[in-house]
Design a protein around this ligand. Sequence first.
Ligand code: C2E
Ligand code: MG
Ligand code: MG
Length: 758
Amino acid sequence: MRYLSFSGQPIFDRRNRFKGYRGVARDVSAETRAATLADLEHVVARVLTEADGVEDGLRRVLQGMCESQQWSAGTFWGVDEQRDVLRHVVDWSATEGGRRSLLVAGDRLPGWLMGGPVWIGDVVREPGTQRLERAAGPGWNTALMVPVKSGPATIGVLEFYASRLAAPEPQFLGVLRVASVEIGHFYQRAVAVEKMRESEERFSSTMELAAIGIVHVEDSGRFIYVNPQVCEMLGYTEQELLSMTVKGISHPGDVNVTDDARAKLRARAIKSFKMEKRYLRKDGTPVWVGLTIASKFDRNGNFQYDISVVEDISARKGAEERIQYLATHDGLTGLPNRVMFGQILGLAIETARRYDRKLAVLFIDLDRFKIVNDTLGHEAGDVLLRETAARLRECVRASDVVARLGGDEFVVLLQEIGEQTQAATVARNILSAVMKPLVILGQECRVTASIGICMHPSEGQDDQAVMKHADMAMYVAKEEGKNTFEFFSDRLKPQSVERLSLEANLRRALELDEFTLHYQAKVNFKTGAITGVEALLRWQNPELGSVSPARFIPLAEETGLIVPIGKWVLRTACRQSVAWLAQGLPPVNMSVNLSMRQLNDEGLLREIQAVLVETGMDPSLLELEVTESTIMHNATRAVQVLTAIKTLGVKLAIDDFGTGYSSLAHLKRFPVDTLKVDRSFIRDVPNDKEDKAIAEAIIAMGKTLSLTVVAEGVETPEQQQFLSERFCDEMQGYYFSTPVAAQDFAELLRSHDPKPLL
Ligand code: C2E
Ligand code: MG
Ligand code: MG
């Protein structure tokens, strides 16, 4: 292509008709090209300064270059700096939708583009290009590719198309090179700016999206950045918070808790710290937050601001407080429980000692609570207990403590009390408050209370003594006829103190899980096999140590406690028996002792039945032992009850036989299977003639009645031999085995090798 410049004059004939021009034509191609080159340079420089972002700038460059050079379309390709892969950035076309390209996004930058601009006269015919299909388009067959460089690296490619394009001249290529350098600078800068903006956006959207609050706090304590989560957590707007300080939103109790750690951060003694504290929401409610705080310093090491990550931990704190509350309070009444009362009393006694003050503890037990509970139901019982709690609170000062120890037992601590008379006044008030009638489920009921009082320090030196003595005084009040109060000192004589202490402890033994069962084997003389085992109750009390059944069984009988305790023994023994069978041990009879009180209990039969069902115990393996004296106490009733028990398939034994003066005639009436000869007759055989005679007689008598005769308390080989010779069936005693714990008996049973006993 050539540019020509013409100048000439028109020529006319004689009749003035236009004939043509006369003049000269000049080839101005060089000038024209120079001008468009200058234009090209100019366009690139101008367009890039006006650019608004990468894409806009590059599109304008493409457009400017195309328009200046009359090209049809252009594309800018970016080159991925890590992998040399092409990325389509932007294109421009003179015609709507016109686009064509030899290059493909995702491909590697072709090697032939590394050197410099590449001109392809006809992409359709060009033998080196393989992308002809793709390149075939609306007649723009000439392509010009210009690599865009930054230093030695190619960071982009300009790709242009035109219908017809002469091969570029060196000057043009020179201009292109310059332009491409400029474009390269622009592109790199723009990409960097864009990346920064992106990362900032990513950062801020991360901060805003985080489920966690983030704040920046400057030296003065003022917030300089808060994310939406913190705003939501605290109920303030961003503007409000930005005008506030950390201390301004801190709970009054926690204002200074982070001071020390923040100072260490400033001193760069630590990198970060964690802390839990309370803030106050805008509405004044506290919120527990977990903070992680670090400081930001500039390059010169100057402190800039603290960055705090703020986590709402109210839910967790709430749960912790709830657990703490539940562990120390009674769920029903909301009063402190036994555990907490113990702590409070301990502290109160310490304080009382320090300031030489007195205090009083009142033990309160409702007198007819069980009746209400049994007749009106548990819910009614609960209502009564809650009401009692409220009434007790009303009877004392705010500084006094009311607690519920469990069941219908309450306790009151009167602090800074003057004299006994003051405690007596409070006790009297409590008695009359408790006595006021109460309507539950439409039913008016009235209960009374018995109160035991112990003064500190005069009647109890430490918390344990104070509690125990108040408890004992309460039992005296009960014995006095209930609905009254009693001081520890007045009436309690030493022996009744002992008994009351035993009784007070026995009452709680079941609840506190202080009972266990030991098991003593019974062996058959003929086979030497273990045929049965007797369950014997053991009581281990932290205060009293291990208490012998001989001491506590009579007391349990007297107080009626033997009924619930006996139920526990029966259930535990049956469970154990089933468990041994499940462990593959041979079946043996399980003997359980029944007391007189149990035998007279209306619910006994039902209870035995329930335990058998509940534990899956085989009734024929269960044997109940009743002492001879128990049976003789009310023989008529005993016959009835024992007969009923027999119908369950359970065996019966007469325990401690020989001590109850029963005759053979009597014995016949009882549906028993076993006779246990009392230890006292065995003790002195074979030396004591009289005992020998009695033992012999008892064995013979049992045999006549076809009963299994068991000798109790066999301690020596001589005793064993004597009994064996008298055809006694079985024996039980220390000589073969003492009562032992369940696992020890299981071991004995497993390892026992039966041999006939002499
Ligand atoms: P028991 O029913 O006549 O039980 C036998 C007692 O003799 C057990 O005393 C046992 O340890 C003891 N003993 C066994 N072999 C010998 C021996 O060779 N020498 C001596 N000296 N003693 C031996 P433990 O366990 O102290 O029980 C005493 C009594 O307490 C029992 O007499 C029984 O009447 C009563 N008892 C024990 N557990 C229960 C129970 O769960 N319920 C009831 N109602 N009474 C029970
Ligand atoms: Mg027994
Ligand atoms: Mg016995």
